[in-house]
Ligand binder design. Structure first.
Ligand SMILES: [Zn+2]
Length: 378
């Protein structure tokens, strides 16, 4: 059952006397009220991916644009002459709520876990369920199949989204513990920021067990051995500040390593900071990160053209800050935000390659994880 709460409409009693059935619109139109509280006891239905009976991909590239909803994509589309997501063959709409019940709004941990494991969990959970039992990730499924695996992020590599693909922890705040699990994992390529969470012996252990640690993205590597590259102590700097290596440079290097595995590969590439641009209500920050994402998408789709057995999926863990494109003066864009937190707004999923038809749907975020894991298992 849904109804407008008492708390909302009492201030509008005098208005509603005149407009008996349209007071919410009236209030908003007069600029007096821009939000309204809806009580909701509904349990959101989880919609499945489309049926799919075609061929399976041999490799999967999953790009996550953290926090990017329709408004962020619209900002890129209207602010740029090149909109790479239009090149995808299939597009769907995704629900992102966590399993908490008390909230419809996910954080990156529960949102990432849904994509990485196909299971809903509580906000803050890194690939564990409500009882803190580990949920098997797509990376673990891929390793079981002998595939190469990689994670790329512009946040710390132990930040919530990449963490859900490479570790199991009851709280996203435990970045040192996440770093230790990542270091001790069999993930073949780890690129991003966050070296401050890695005790020196973690790097030593990577090298002693046959891996390579690089300080510069252009360093030569043996593609048949593990590679770790953490290019900043904290998260990497923004695209606008000249992030180096750029997201696309990390993606290109990672794929050039992983593609040597004859069993195929799985990689998750996160454009981590679209979310932070939303939290900061900064249109410049959002646009810079979305332009960076655009380069990554163009690169991955170009790669897919020459490697047609690769599935490329682009999606988002949640929308951030209710971003919208409005008219400014003289043809400029007036980018506005309804808040500075995540929202439960639907987000897009885009896909090209074998199995991409499954994403032509209105579907839940867990269905993306489940579908990709099904492909890997086959
Ligand atoms: Zn997020």
């Amino acid at each position: 059952m849904k109804k407008l709460s008492t708390a909302y409409w009492i201030p509008f009693v005098s208005i509603s006397f005149f407009v008996s059935c349209g007071y919410t619109l009236y209030g908003a139109a007069m600029g007096e009220e821009k939000s309204g509280i809806l009580e909701s006891n509904s349990q959101p239905k989880v919609y499945p991916a489309d049926d799919f009976k075609g061929s399976f991909p041999t490799s999967v590239i999953l790009i996550i644009s953290d926090g990017a909803g329709i408004g962020h994509y619209s900002t890129l589309y209207y602010g740029s002459d090149d909109f790479a997501p239009a090149r995808f063959d299939h597009v769907g709409i995704v629900t992102t709520h966590p399993s908490d019940g008390s909230t419809k709004v996910t954080d990156s941990a529960a949102g990432g876990t849904a994509l990485a494991t196909g299971e809903k969990t509580y906000n803050g959970a890194i690939a564990v369920d409500h009882d803190h039992n580990p949920l098997k990730t797509i990376v673990e499924w891929a390793e079981e199949k002998g595939m190469a695996t990689g994670l790329v992020a512009t946040s710390t590599i132990s930040h919530a989204t990449p963490a859900t693909f490479g570790s199991h922890v009851d709280s996203r705040s435990k970045e040192a513990e996440i770093s230790q699990q990542l270091a001790e994992s069999s993930i073949d390529v780890l690129f991003g920021g966050g070296s401050k969470y890695w005790e020196p012996e973690l790097f030593t252990n990577v090298i002693n067990s046959g891996g390579q640690v690089i300080a510069d993205i252009s360093d030569a590597v043996d593609p048949l051995r593990r590679v770790v590259g953490l290019f900043s102590k904290e998260s990497m700097i923004t695209a606008n500040e000249g992030r180096s290596p750029s997201t696309v440079q990390m993606a290109e290097k990672a794929i050039s390593i992983l593609e040597h595995d004859p069993d195929g590969f799985f990689i998750m590439i996160e454009e981590s900071q679209v979310d932070w641009g939303g939290h900061a209500n900064s249109s410049e920050y959002v646009f810079g990160e979305m332009e960076s994402l655009n380069q990554v998408v163009n690169y991955c789709l170009d790669y897919q053209r020459t490697h047609p057995d690769v599935l490329v999926v682009l999606t988002t863990d949640h929308e951030t800050a209710g971003c919208s494109v409005n008219d400014g003066s003289d043809g400029a864009l007036d980018i506005q935000f309804t808040g500075d937190h995540h929202t439960a707004n639907f987000v897009p999923v885009w896909a090209t390659g074998p199995g991409s038809e499954a994403f032509d749907a209105f579907l839940d975020n867990t269905e993306i994880g489940k579908t990709l894991i099904r492909y890997i298992k086959n």
